[in-house]
Design a protein around this ligand. Structure first.
Ligand code: F6P
Length: 545
C-alpha cells in the first residue's frame, strides 16, 4: 500500500496555521519564551535533550502543527514505512534502511520473506572480515598486513561512511582510512601517492556498480595496483559492496570479499549496511554495531512516541513552520565538535536529494515550498565565518545547534570554552542587542555623542533568530547512530507532509546523461550542436586557448 496523497495546504490545520502565522509572525522569541506554559519545549530521550523553546512558536503553533501531522496521516505513513510497504512508488520499492539496524527481536517481512536472517548473516560477514583484517589474518598479495583502507564510492556510498569515520575518529582501529569519490584523477593520484600498494585494501562501494565516478576511480586504482604488484594482486587487494554481482565478477573481485546490498535500502540511507564496511574497519566491528544500536533506539522512539514527544516529528514540524510560513529557504547545521565536521555535507545529500522535489505524489506540480537548503559548519569555526549574516543579515536562517556535555579526552580543559560559545550564540541570536544597550556600552567606553550616534545602528542586533538546541551526553557510536537516525526520520516526516516522494532521486539523472554525451564529443574532438554558451566553452576547452 502506498502513501496517502493529501495536499497539506488543503488541510484544516494548514488554513489555521496561515491565520495563526499572521498573528504571531512579528512576535519576539524573547517574549514568547516567558510564556511557555508546558514542558513540550524540552524533549528528553536517552542521552538527548532537545530544546525547542528558542523558536518563533507558542502552544497554539505546536498544537496546529501536530494537527497537520495527524491530518496528513503521519502515524499511518510511519507504520507503512516500517512494515515494508512499497512507499518508494516511482522505483517500486520498499524503504527499509531501518531493518538493517534491527535488534533481531521481531520478524521483518518483505514479499513473504523474513529479512532478519539475511541481515544478521551480512553483519556476521562484516564482523569476520573486519576482525580478520584488523588482526592481520587477512593479508595482501605479498603476505603483508593491511595498514590502509581506501573507500571508493560517491554520494550515499561515500558521504555517510566518510562522515561517520571522521565523527568516530576517537574510536579508531589501527587502520588508516581514506576516501576517494570525485572523478577527479588528481585527487585519486594524490591519495595513491602516499600509499603502499602492498599494505592497502580498496573497497569499491557502489549499489549499481555502474556509477561513472566510482568505476573510473576503481579502474585507475586497479591499473596502479597491477603495475606495482601484478594482475594476481587484484583478488587480495579489492573488496566490493554492491547489488551488481555480474560486474563485480568482471572486475576480478574475490567472492569472499563481496558484500551484498539490497534494493530496499537507498544509497543515502545505507551507511548501516555493508556500505558501512569502511566504518567497521575504521573503528572496529563492536563500535559499528553500537552505531546500529543507537539508530535502532531512535527508530523505536520514532515509531512508538506520541507526536508531541517525538523528536524527529517535532523537529520536522518546526522546520515546516519556517519553510512554508516564514518562507525561510535554508537551514543551518552547526555541530560544536570538530568530529562532526562532515555532518552538514552528509545531511545536504540526505535532505536535499530526498526532499528536493517539486511534483507531488499524484504527479502534479506543487504550489508550495518543499525541501530546505542545508548548509553549515562546526562551531566555533562558523562563528568566525558566516555567523555575521545569521546575526545581522537580511535572511532568517533557523539553525540546529548540536553539542555534547562531556568531551572525549579526559584532559580536555577547553570544553567549557567551546560550550560557552554554544550556549551564548543561541542566546545572542534570540535576544539580540537593543539600541539602548548599544548606546550605554559605547558611552561607557568613552565615545562622544556624535560617535555613539554614528556607530549605534551598526551595532544593534535585532535578535529573534530561531534555533533548536540538541544537547547530547557524549559523542559515542550509539549517540551518533541516534543522531543520524533522528535526521533520517525528520526527512521522512517532511516528505510525508509535503506529499512528495522522498526516496527517489530522478533529479541527478539528466546531468549524468549529458556528461556522458559530452565526454564522447570531447574524446572524439568533435563538438556537436549545444547552446550558445556550452558550444563556446567546449570549443575553448578543446582548443586549449
Ligand atoms: O547521486 C545519485 C546517486 O544515485 C545517490 O543516490 C547514490 O548514493 C550515488 O548516486 C551513488 O550510487 P552507487 O552507489 O550506485 O554508485
Amino acid at each position: 500500500m502506498s502513501l496517502n496523497k493529501i495536499d497539506p495546504t488543503k488541510t484544516k490545520a494548514w488554513k489555521l496555521l496561515e491565520d495563526h502565522f499572521s498573528e504571531i509572525k512579528s512576535d519576539e522569541i524573547k517574549t514568547l519564551i516567558n510564556k511557555r506554559s508546558s514542558n513540550d519545549y524540552h524533549l528528553t530521550w536517552n542521552d538527548f535533550l532537545v530544546d525547542i523553546s528558542k523558536n518563533r512558536i507558542n502552544d497554539r503553533t505546536l498544537s496546529l502543527l501536530f494537527n497537520l501531522a495527524e491530518e496528513c496521516g503521519l502515524k499511518e505513513a510511519i507504520s507503512k514505512q516500517f512494515n515494508g510497504e512499497v512507499i518508494n512508488q516511482t522505483e517500486n520499492r520498499a524503504v527499509l534502511h531501518t531493518a538493517i539496524r534491527t535488534d533481531g527481536k521481531e520478524k521483518i517481512i518483505l514479499d513473504n520473506n523474513d529479512l532478519v536472517p539475511s541481515i544478521i548473516q551480512t553483519r556476521k560477514k562484516i564482523q569476520e572480515f573486519t576482525d580478520d583484517v584488523i588482526s592481520k589474518n587477512v593479508k595482501g598479495s605479498t603476505n603483508k598486513a593491511f595498514s590502509d583502507i581506501v573507500n571508493i564510492g560517491i554520494g550515499g556510498s561515500d558521504l555517510g561512511p566518510v562522515m561517520v569515520v571522521e565523527a568516530l575518529k576517537h574510536y579508531s582501529s589501527r587502520l588508516k582510512t581514506h576516501f576517494v569519490s570525485n572523478v577527479d584523477g588528481d585527487h585519486v593520484l594524490e591519495v595513491l601517492k602516499n600509499l603502499n600498494p602492498e599494505t592497502t585494501l580498496f573497497i569499491i562501494v557502489s549499489k549499481t556498480f555502474t556509477t561513472q565516478e566510482t568505476i573510473s576511480n576503481a579502474t585507475t586504482i586497479k591499473k596502479w595496483l597491477v603495475t606495482k604488484l601484478g594482475k594476481k594482486s587484484v583478488s587480495s587487494h579489492f573488496a566490493a559492496v554492491s547489488t551488481n554481482q555480474k560486474e563485480i565478477k568482471k572486475f576480478g573481485i574475490n567472492t569472499d570479499f563481496v558484500f551484498p546490498m539490497n534494493d530496499w535500502v537507498g544509497g543515502r540511507f545505507s551507511l548501516w549496511s555493508s556500505v558501512g564496511l569502511s566504518i567497521s574497519l575504521a573503528v572496529g566491528y563492536k563500535n559499528f554495531e553500537k552505531l546500529l544500536v543507537g539508530a535502532n533506539n531512535m527508530d523505536i522512539h520514532f515509531r512508538s512516541s506520541s507526536i508531541e514527544k517525538n523528536i524527529p516529528v517535532v523537529l520536522s514540524l518546526i522546520s515546516i513552520w519556517y519553510n512554508n510560513f516564514f518562507k525561510c529557504e535554508t537551514e543551518g547545521i552547526i555541530p560544536y565538535t570538530q568530529y562532526l565536521s562532515r555532518l552538514p555535507a552528509y545531511l545536504q545529500q540526505a535532505i536535499m536529494e530526498s526532499n528536493g522535489k517539486s511534483v507531488d505524489r499524484s504527479g502534479n506540480k506543487v504550489d508550495y515550498q518543499t525541501g530546505n537548503i542545508i548548509w553549515g559548519d562546526t562551531g566555533t569555526n562558523s562563528q568566525h565565518a558566516f555567523f555575521q549574516l545569521i546575526h545581522q543579515g537580511t535572511k532568517l536562517i533557523p539553525c540546529d545547534f548540536i553539542g555534547f556535555k562531556t568531551p572525549l579526552f579526559e584532559n580536555n580543559t577547553q570544553h567549557n570554552k567551546l560550550m560557552s560559545n554554544f550556549f551564548a550564540q543561541t542566546e545572542a541570536l534570540m535576544m539580540g542587542k537593543t539600541r539602548s544597550s548599544v548606546q550605554a556600552e559605547l558611552k561607557k567606553s568613552g565615545l562622544s555623542d556624535k560617535e555613539i550616534s554614528f556607530l549605534t545602528p551598526f551595532k544593534v542586533f535585532e535578535g529573534n533568530k530561531p534555533t533548536n538546541t540538541i544537547l547530547v551526553k557524549q559523542l559515542t557510536p550509539e549517540s551518533l547512530g541516534s543522531l543520524i537516525a533522528m535526521y533520517e526520520h525528520k526527512i521522512f516526516v517532511q516528505g510525508v507532509i509535503w506529499n512528495i516522494f522522498s526516496y527517489d532521486q530522478w533529479g541527478v539523472e539528466l546531468g549524468k546523461q549529458l556528461a556522458s554525451k559530452v565526454l564522447k564529443e570531447i574524446d572524439n574532438n568533435s563538438i556537436e550542436k549545444h547552446d550558445f554558451s556550452t558550444n563556446y566553452l567546449l570549443n575553448k576547452y578543446l582548443s586549449n586557448t
